[in-house]
Ligand binder design. Structure first.
Ligand SMILES: [Zn+2]
Length: 136
């Protein structure tokens, strides 16, 4: 599921001003120390809420979603994740032409994720520490 929204965090990373401060330790973050963090609500929580919504509100099974996702990703030739918005638009029009609705499942997830997330930058080390704490 991360593969599909990779472009979003990547765009955010590229658009971030280099002298941002880390919300965890308060120090400046330099180039290669920078990592993107899901602020407030974690990626895992967003994915969990999505699965509940997909199953309960749409009345579909989670296998259906995974099948659509796998199919759509395999269709992106030699690419296992979506790198930018153009790639996503290209993928969408390709599936629309074929009238293949499996793209809708994937777009539903991408939109759900993008609407739920708040991204912030953090130090790589601070981010690792944060991830360790939230896994407990
Ligand atoms: Zn930090």
């Amino acid at each position: 599921m991360r593969n599909l929204v990779y472009y979003k965090t990547n765009d955010f990373k590229k658009s971030t001003h280099p002298d941002s401060k880390c919300p965890r330790c308060g120090n400046f973050i330099w180039g290669n120390e920078l990592e993107v963090d899901h602020y407030g609500i974690s990626f895992r929580e967003i994915a969990g809420t999505f699965v509940d919504t997909y199953v309960n509100d749409l009345g579909k099974t989670i296998d259906e979603f995974y099948n659509s996702m796998r199919y759509v990703l395999d269709d992106v030739l030699n690419v296992y994740y979506i790198r930018n918005e153009n790639e996503l638009n290209h993928l969408e029009s390709k599936f629309r032409e074929k009238k293949d609705s499996r793209i809708d499942d994937v777009l539903f997830w991408i939109q759900f994720h993008n609407a739920s997330m708040t991204l912030k930058v953090m130090h790589k080390k601070c981010h690792q520490m944060k991830s360790k704490e939230t896994q407990k």
